[in-house]
Design a protein around this ligand. Structure first.
Ligand code: ADE
Length: 229
């Protein structure tokens, strides 16, 4: 999968060089390209924002650098990509969204700062490919960079070959609409806290039933919304 990221803070994405995603980049499964929006400004001050029409607090990202940045990416692209603009005003990102996006050959993340990006940038991007405004949750970050990182990790780990053991993708929170069961490792007794007997019984039918019950108990307690959706 190819991932292009447009940002005024390219160094935010240096962390993509480490861990599982770093290895996926090294092995060619993930082709990540980070683009500095300021490289597409035309003035001496490399200006990316201006005051909002209609007044109000904060600054809005100017459309011209965005247009040039998207054009530069598209000049080097075979099929229409999916554009993702992280935004607190977007649809909510879930494991389903990650699964949908993991099949795409190319994703382009546009990271906004300040009060947002001039709305016409989204209209223009729609002429180049599918556009999705996506929110991580009901809170406000300073910009799209951290949200894009989270989405890239959630999507990237679903691409075959990125996570070593594909089974570990199945037995985790949100894969079946429930939270994950609790996990334990050795020692069996740690500072007086013991591993539940059932997990040491060797009876796999009991173990599976216990884990399922735990998933339901936890989901009911922590995320009742998941059981009614
Ligand atoms: N940018 C600012 N806040 C955000 C959020 N909650 N999700 C995605 N992008 C954002």
């Amino acid at each position: 999968m190819r991932v292009d990221i447009v940002t005024i803070f390219p160094s935010f994405f240096d962390v993509l060089e480490v861990s599982l995603l770093g290895r996926a980049r090294g092995s060619g499964i993930l082709d990540v390209r980070v683009h500095d929006l300021r490289d597409h400004t035309l003035d001496r001050h490399r200006t990316v924002d201006d005051t909002p029409y209609g007044g109000g607090a904060g600054m809005v990202m100017k459309p011209e650098p965005w247009g040039l940045a998207l054009d530069a990416i598209l000049a080097d692209t075979a099929t229409p990509p999916i554009f993702i603009f992280p935004s607190p005003a977007g649809e909510r990102f879930t494991q389903n969204t990650a699964r949908e996006l993991a099949d795409a050959p190319q994703l382009v993340f546009g990271c906004g700062r300040y009060e947002g990006i001039d709305e016409r940038v989204f209209e223009y991007a729609r002429t180049l490919g599918e556009v999705r405004l996506i929110s991580l949750g009901d809170y406000v970050l300073n910009g799209g960079e951290v949200a894009a990182m989270a989405m890239i990790e959630a999507i990237g780990r679903l691409i075959p070959g990125v996570v070593g053991n594909p089974k570990s993708l199945v037995e985790e929170s949100h894969e079946e609409g429930l939270l994950e069961y609790p996990s334990y490792t050795k020692p069996a007794d740690w500072r007086g806290y013991e591993v539940p007997d059932v997990l040491r019984s060797g009876n796999h039918a009991f173990i599976n039933q216990w884990r399922r019950d735990q998933q339901l108990v936890r989901t009911r307690e922590r995320r009742p919304d998941l059981l009614t959706e």
